[in-house]
Design a protein around this ligand. Sequence first.
Ligand code: AMP
Length: 218
Amino acid sequence: MKAQALVFMGAPGAGKGTQARKVATEFAIPHISTGEILREAVAGGAPLGLAAKEKMDAGMLVPDAIMCKIVEERVSREDCRNGFILDGFPRTLGQARFMDEMLQRQDRMRLLVLNLQVEPVLLMKRLTGRRTCPVCGRIYNMFFNPPANDSVCDLDRARLIERADDKEDAIRHRLAAYDRDTSPLIDYYEDRGVLHNVNGSRDPEAIAKELHGFLRTA
Ligand code: AMP
């Protein structure tokens, strides 16, 4: 795979995090999840976290100015020189335009957008069933991929947690924000010829295999 910026797009629950993490390991490039960066800032009590927490818990988007600053800082680091994966960014047209300019400045790094398409009913189950290990970050789903033992991580026995924004009310807001603010990016990237659609309703292993094959020659 050439040095390029890979963007994972898809509604909340589409499996962006799961697939982005696998691709990052396979191709040895950094996985940058803006949601994770924000959650770490919240957990660490950083000023950024304080500004973002309320919006996140309600399932609303954090302002573009904050998000663009975070991404620009992270992507300018040395480990991103040979490419990187963005998971959860851009989420608005403003962020997408900002990223175009940023990539122009970064030696015109090529952009490839992977759009995971998933049926709405399945999205809901994936989100309401999602649990995360606070120690190793492994993601489970109580419907499709439960831990072997009750609510603890198979790897380190830590008690799994449910994200505050995986509660039903917040989920509704997140899906609405996706429809309103993020889905227009599909046309935006399709027009630029950089969009690759992937059927995200399948088993995660099957999706990973297809992505790997596609990216090897991309
Ligand atoms: P995620 O883990 O990607 O689902 O992100 C969790 C939450 O973080 C979102 O619901 C937003 O509140 C916030 N967030 C993450 N990335 C962005 C972004 N690019 N723009 C605005 N808000 C974001």
